[in-house]
Design a protein around this ligand. Structure first.
Ligand SMILES: *Cc1c(COP(=O)(O)O)cnc(C)c1O
Length: 425
């Protein structure tokens, strides 16, 4: 074993998860505790001053959570990670650590709808301003740069629309501008794509989706690539300047390549408070053990469903990067050759009425607003998640009345196809 680099599935099972040192339990226990006894007064003081690593209070750190963090960092190839209550909490703490009031960040429009809301509305009240660009036109990201830009945010694989972003091209722009590239890797997972290998500085996940994978727990994670110099420009003071709440400690100088993950924990998580429940960390850890097996099956099933839909007389178009004639096929081959993910959209010739009929007629698929479950899921955005938008807004959002979105699960693919067939025929 010693001279071998473990493969992905070995890491998914073993990274971070040694037998419990106190009891020998082979499975990581659910450490359902709020606080931890100090060894003595000096130990307590060292923990509070960040002179020693250790558990103080579960808002900041918990042993079940720590195993999840070690596993996520190993799978993404990062130096450290921080697990939090949800994907949105991961985004909040990431930006909290790098943004000051009045700062800007660039995000591409092709994002999860909840992120568009968070960036355009809630972040505005912190004085953090999003500047939108286009994932399919990397030049638009360069044009959006300004002296106030603090970060660039993209998704590796974006829903809906089956978009694959040219991560290396965006990383080049970020590097030249001296700002970090943040990649939301929720839809791809590290099994399909490892953004750090293409130049990403921070990788985020909603663990709620494929990473946990069973539709039972909310969670998010921030993975620190350890490859960004937070002190160079003096524009990330939370990391580079003496911190008043830690006796003037400079986080980047002290913690080097894990400074970002530490800062998110000891400032953002400590003060804003979105910690992950130990029970959720446990359930997500269990899901992550089979990530490779599940993702391959998700992708294989999705490709077969997409190929079948493409030939269906009631279907006008299918957006799935795994189809050779899709405009994102080449990027799929470059960034996630094992599969193009399991979330995609297609259009029904019958428009709005046909979309409503389809989601009302499925028997095996679940009609709901989620993705990345073991089960196959379906939604008709125009009548649900996007029903408040007018015709122009629907078009911009890629949610025209004919659009149906699928998240293909792990059932026998013949059964998935049979159910969709009876629902759209
Ligand atoms: C779901 C999702 C999020 C938000 O995650 P939550 O766990 O729901 O807070 C962010 N990005 C993407 C791509 C998602 O699918």
């Amino acid at each position: 074993m010693a001279d071998r680099t473990p493969g992905f599935d070995t890491l998914a099972l073993h990274a971070g998860s040694a037998p419990d040192p106190a009891t020998g339990a082979r499975i990581t226990p659910i450490y359902q505790t709020t606080a931890y006894v100090f060894q003595d007064v000096k130990h307590a003081a060292d923990l509070f001053a960040l002179r020693a690593f250790g558990n103080i209070y579960t808002r900041i750190m918990n042993p079940t959570q720590s195993v999840l963090e070690a596993k996520a960092a190993a799978l993404e190839g990062g130096t450290a990670a921080l697990a939090v209550a949800s994907g949105h909490a991961a985004q909040l703490l990431t930006f909290h650590t790098m943004m000051q009031p009045g700062d800007e960040f660039i995000a591409v429009r092709q994002l999860y709808g909840g992120s568009i809301n968070q960036f355009s509305h809630s972040f505005k009240s912190f004085g953090w301003h999003v500047v939108w660009a286009d994932a399919e036109d990397v030049g638009s990201i360069e044009k959006a740069l300004s002296p106030k830009t603090k970060a660039i945010f993209i998704e590796s694989v974006a829903n809906p629309g089956g978009i694959i972003t040219d991560i290396a091209a965006v990383a080049k722009i970020a590097k030249a501008a001296g700002v970090p590239l943040i990649v939301d890797n929720t839809l791809a997972t590290p099994y399909l794509c490892r953004p750090i290998e293409h130049g990403a500085n921070i990788v985020l996940h909603s663990l709620t989706k494929f990473m946990g994978g069973h539709g039972n727990s909310m969670g998010g994670v921030i993975v620190d690539a350890g490859n960004f110099d937070w002190s160079k420009s003096g524009r990330y003071p939370l990391l580079s300047e003496p911190n008043g709440s830690y006796h003037g400690l400079k986080l980047h100088e002290t913690f080097g390549s894990i400074a970002f993950a530490i800062a998110c924990r000891v400032l953002g998580l400590r003060d804003l408070g979105p910690s992950i429940a130990p029970m959720n960390a446990f359930l997500i850890l269990t899901g992550m053990e089979t990530l490779g097996l599940r993702m391959q099956r998700h992708c294989d099933n999705a490709l077969k469903v997409a190929q079948w839909l493409k030939k269906h007389p009631n279907v006008s178009w299918v957006n799935y990067a795994g189809l050779p004639d899709d405009k994102h096929y080449a990027l799929h081959k470059k960034y996630c050759p094992k599969g193009a993910g399991a979330v995609f959209t297609f259009g029904l010739k019958g428009g709005y009425e046909a979309g409503v009929k389809a989601v009302s007629s499925v028997k095996l698929l679940s009609h709901l607003a989620n993705i990345g479950d073991t089960r196959s899921l379906i939604i008709h955005p125009a009548s649900t998640t996007h029903s408040q938008l007018n015709a122009d807004q629907l078009k911009l959002a890629g949610a025209t009345p004919d659009v149906v979105r699928l998240s293909i699960g792990l059932e026998d693919v013949e059964d998935i196809i049979a159910d969709i067939d009876q629902a759209i025929s």
